[in-house]
Design a protein around this ligand. Structure first.
Ligand code: IPE
Ligand code: IPE
Ligand code: MG
Length: 237
């Protein structure tokens, strides 16, 4: 385990991809892949806690995923509800704070209620922050930030030349969360799919071939080791 290494990423962001293909390979309906993926979530959370990662962001549902068939969306929302019910106590016990980013108002009311309750209940927890990206799209997030700054400028609260990258970042839903150091995507796809476009400017990317439901703690440790072998330059020498 890459434990004692000084460079543990402070924030890991995960694109949990490949549930459908995992199921297809086994002749199962796609929802079974989503269901199996819940175990990977548990493993990754454990591994991150063990390493001392401060922030873990999981891309669970994108704005574009609303264009999937209704029965798949329903299966995903049911799983999310179950995850929230089952995790509510665990997160509390493990001192984990829950946050959510994305267009939460598009989620079913039941899901929003559960989310709000757990977020409130865990708001002072300090061992790790789990950020769920739900109905999340980075372009939508950036547009909303631009709109809020434009409204402030139009109202005369700020002047346009006050707008710099830190003011802009403070209007994103990730305000207060450090940028991801490491971005992991499973199932081999070399794309970002509208995830955290602003925040991953200098993230190290690790693409893993395995489908998400096959992703285990050892795979997370491998990704962290790969991260530790990189030389981050941030544009300097
Ligand atoms: C990731 O798996 C889960 C979500 C996007 C909600 P997919 O459902 O995208 O699975 P593939 O990529 O089709 O295999
Ligand atoms: C990205 O996966 C979204 C999530 C993992 C929630 P997708 O499967 O939706 O992305 P594309 O369609 O392959 O780009
Ligand atoms: Mg996919």
């Amino acid at each position: 385990m890459p434990h004692n290494h000084p460079h543990i990423p402070r924030h890991i962001a995960m694109i949990m991809d490949g549930n459908g293909r995992w199921a297809k390979e086994r002749g199962l309906p796609r929802r079974e892949g989503h269901r199996a993926g819940a175990e990977s979530v548990r493993e990754v959370m454990e591994a991150c806690k063990e390493l001392g990662v401060e922030f873990l962001t999981l891309y669970a549902f994108s704005s574009e995923n609303w264009s999937r068939p209704a029965d798949e969306i329903k299966a995903l929302m049911d799983l999310l509800n179950r995850f929230l019910d089952e995790k509510a106590k665990d997160l509390d016990k493990q001192n984990v704070r829950l946050l959510a980013i994305g267009q939460i108002d598009r989620l079913p009311e039941k899901t929003r209620d559960r989310l709000a309750k757990i977020i409130e209940r865990t708001k002072n927890h300090s061992s790790m922050t789990l950020v769920l990206a739900l109905s999340y799209g980075a372009r939508e997030e950036i547009v909303a930030a631009a709109r809020s700054l434009a409204a402030d400028a139009a109202a005369g609260n700020i002047s346009p030349d006050q707008i710099d990258s830190s003011l802009f970042a403070s209007r994103l839903q990730t305000a207060g969360i450090p940028d991801p150091d490491l971005l992991v995507r499973t199932s081999g796809e070399m794309r970002v799919s509208n995830f955290l476009l602003w925040q991953i400017s200098y993230a190290e990317m690790v693409i893993v071939k395995k489908f998400w439901p096959d992703f285990r703690q050892g795979d997370l440790f491998d990704a962290v080791r790969e991260y530790q072998s990189r030389h981050r330059r941030f544009g300097a020498l």
